[in-house]
Write a protein that binds this ligand. Structure first.
Ligand code: BGC
Length: 451
C-alpha cells in the first residue's frame, strides 16, 4: 500500500462488474419470468425484458465486454440461462451451450476472467410446471443441468457461483409477492429455501467431481441489521435475531452443513458441509431494527432505513431501494470472515439515475472493504452491479444501476461519471486518498464522465 492509496489489492484481485442472463440477454421466452412479464400488474408499467441489452447477439455482448475491458476490469460475472440450455426436461440444446462457450471466449480474449452463475432467479417453464423448487426432484434436475454446463465450459471457467441469493428468491416469490409465483406462505418459502441450499451442496460436489481446479461458492444477499438504538438490549436482540435468520442460516448451512431450526430442525447434512471455496457476498444496504411487541407476524421486529443516511432512487412502490451505508459492508465482511473462507463481493451498487451518489458510493464502500482487508479479511474480488442499466425484475426498466446509462429507444450506452471513477480506482488498484477527499466534499460538482 502506498500512503496515498487505500485498498492496494492482493495479487490476483478480481475487479469486475456483475450481470445476469435474463436481465441482459434478451429474447428469453422459456422461463417463468418471461411468462410473468406478460401478466398485467406484475412488472412496473407493464414493461418487459424484451430484447434487454441484446447479449444473445454476441456482437452486442462483445461491445459491452469492450466497455468492461476499457474500464480496466479483469473479470465479469454473468449467468447462464437454464431454459436455453435445457428447454425441455432432459433435452439439452448443444447450440446454446456452444454460444455460452463463445461468449466466455469473448471475455477471455479481453482479459476478463468469467465468473459464471448457474442459477440467477430464472427457472425453465418445464420445471415451474413440475412445482419448481418445491419439488424434491429439483436437486437432481439442477445437478444434471450443472454437469452439462461444467462439461461444456469447464476448460474455460474455474470460478462458479451455484445459486444467486436463495433467500431473495424464496422471500420475493413466497412471502413478499415481488417475484413469481407471488404466493404468501412462510411454510412454502422455507421449503424452497431449504431445497435451494441442498441443491447448492449437491452442485458443489458435482462440479468438483468434474473439474479439479474449480472454485465454487454460493452468492448470498447480505443484509446488515443495525439496532436502531445500540444501547437498547431489545433492539440489539432483534437485530441479532434477523441476522440469524437472514444471514447466518445460509452461511452456517454452506460452511458447516448445519441447517438451522427454520430450515430443518437443527439438522446436520453430510453433503452440505464445507461446500464453499469462497463466499459470494451481495451487499446493497443496511437496515435499522427496532423491537416491536405489536408485530408478531414479523418476529416482533420493525425495520426501516436510517433516516440520517443518503437514500438511493425510489422503487415503483414509492420506497427508497436502500440507504447508503458503506460501513455496513465492513461489518458484513468482518462477520462473514469468521467462517474462514475467502470472500468475493459479488454485487454492490445502487439505483441512481442521475449518478449523484454512485461515485462516492463506490469509493466509500471500497474504502470500508479496505479497512476489513487491513484487519485480515481475505477479500479476493469486487464486482459492481452493474455495467449497463438492465431489466430490474418487478421494477422493469425503472431502476438504473448501470455505470453506463442505457438509452431505451436506441440502445445506446452512455457512460455515467461513476464509470470514470471506477476506472480510476481499478487503475490505481485501490482507492486513491485524493479521490476519496474529492468525493467526500459536500455537494461537490459532478466528476467528469468517462471517455
Ligand atoms: C440481484 C440482481 C438485482 C440487484 C439489484 C440483486 O439482489 O442479484 O439480479 O438486479 O440485486 O436489485
Amino acid at each position: 500500500m502506498t500512503e496515498a492509496t487505500l485498498l492496494k489489492t492482493p495479487d490476483g484481485f478480481l475487479w469486475g462488474v456483475a450481470t445476469a442472463a435474463h436481465q441482459n440477454e434478451g429474447d428469453n421466452t422459456a422461463n417463468q419470468w418471461a411468462l410473468w412479464e406478460q401478466r398485467p400488474g406484475r412488472v412496473y408499467a407493464g414493461q418487459r425484458s424484451g430484447r434487454a441489452l441484446g447479449w444473445w447477439d454476441l456482437e452486442t455482448a462483445a461491445a459491452d465486454f469492450d466497455r468492461a475491458a476499457e474500464l480496466g476490469l479483469n473479470s465479469l460475472r454473468l449467468s447462464v440461462e437454464w431454459s436455453r440450455i435445457e428447454p425441455e426436461q432432459g433435452v439439452f440444446d448443444p447450440s446454446a451451450l456452444a454460444k455460452y462457450r463463445e461468449m466466455v471466449g469473448l471475455l477471455l480474449a479481453r482479459g476478463l476472467e468469467p465468473m459464471v452463475t448457474l442459477h440467477h432467479f430464472t427457472d425453465p417453464l418445464w420445471l415451474t410446471a413440475l412445482g419448481g423448487w418445491e419439488n424434491p426432484e429439483v436437486e437432481r434436475y439442477f445437478v444434471r443441468f450443472v454437469e452439462r454446463v461444467v462439461d461444456a465450459l469447464g476448460d474455460r471457467v474455474w470460478l462458479w457461483c451455484t445459486i444467486n441469493e436463495p433467500l431473495v428468491y424464496a422471500h420475493e416469490g413466497f412471502l413478499s409477492g415481488g417475484f413469481p409465483p407471488a404466493v404468501k406462505s412462510l411454510r412454502r418459502a422455507l421449503r424452497v429455501l431449504r431445497r435451494m441450499v441442498l441443491a447448492h451442496g449437491r452442485a458443489y460436489r458435482a462440479i468438483h467431481r468434474l473439474q479439479n481446479n474449480a472454485r465454487v461458492g454460493l452468492v448470498h444477499h447480505y443484509r446488515v441489521f443495525r439496532p436502531a438504538n445500540p444501547d437498547s438490549p431489545s433492539d440489539r436482540a432483534a437485530a441479532a435475531l434477523l441476522d440469524q435468520v437472514a444471514n447466518r442460516s445460509i452461511l452456517e448451512a454452506i460452511a458447516r452443513g448445519r441447517l438451522m431450526p427454520l430450515l430443518g430442525l437443527g439438522q446436520q447434512v453430510s453433503y452440505l458441509g464445507d461446500t464453499c471455496d469462497y463466499i459470494g457476498m451481495n451487499y446493497y444496504t443496511s437496515v435499522c431494527v427496532v423491537s416491536d411487541a405489536r408485530r408478531p407476524h414479523t418476529l416482533f421486529v420493525r425495520q426501516f432505513f436510517d433516516p440520517a443516511a443518503e437514500r438511493s432512487d425510489t422503487t415503483p412502490l414509492g420506497e427508497p431501494y436502500g440507504a447508503v451505508d458503506p460501513h455496513g459492508l465492513y461489518l458484513a465482511l468482518k462477520q462473514t470472515a469468521a467462517y474462514g473462507k475467502p470472500i468475493y463481493i459479488t454485487e454492490n451498487g445502487l439505483p441512481d439515475a442521475d449518478d449523484d451518489l454512485r461515485p462516492r458510493f463506490i469509493a466509500t464502500h471500497l474504502a470500508e472493504a479496505w479497512r476489513a482487508v487491513q484487519e485480515g479479511v481475505d477479500l479476493r474480488g469486487y464486482y459492481h452491479w452493474t455495467l449497463v442499466d438492465n431489466f430490474e425484475w418487478a421494477a422493469g426498466w425503472s431502476l438504473k444501476f448501470g455505470l453506463y446509462e442505457l438509452d431505451l429507444e436506441t440502445g445506446r450506452r452512455i457512460p455515467r461519471a461513476s464509470a470514470g471513477i471506477y476506472r480510476r480506482i481499478v487503475e490505481a488498484n485501490g482507492v486513491p486518498q485524493a479521490l476519496l477527499d474529492e468525493l467526500s466534499r459536500p455537494r461537490q460538482a459532478k466528476a467528469p464522465a468517462a471517455a
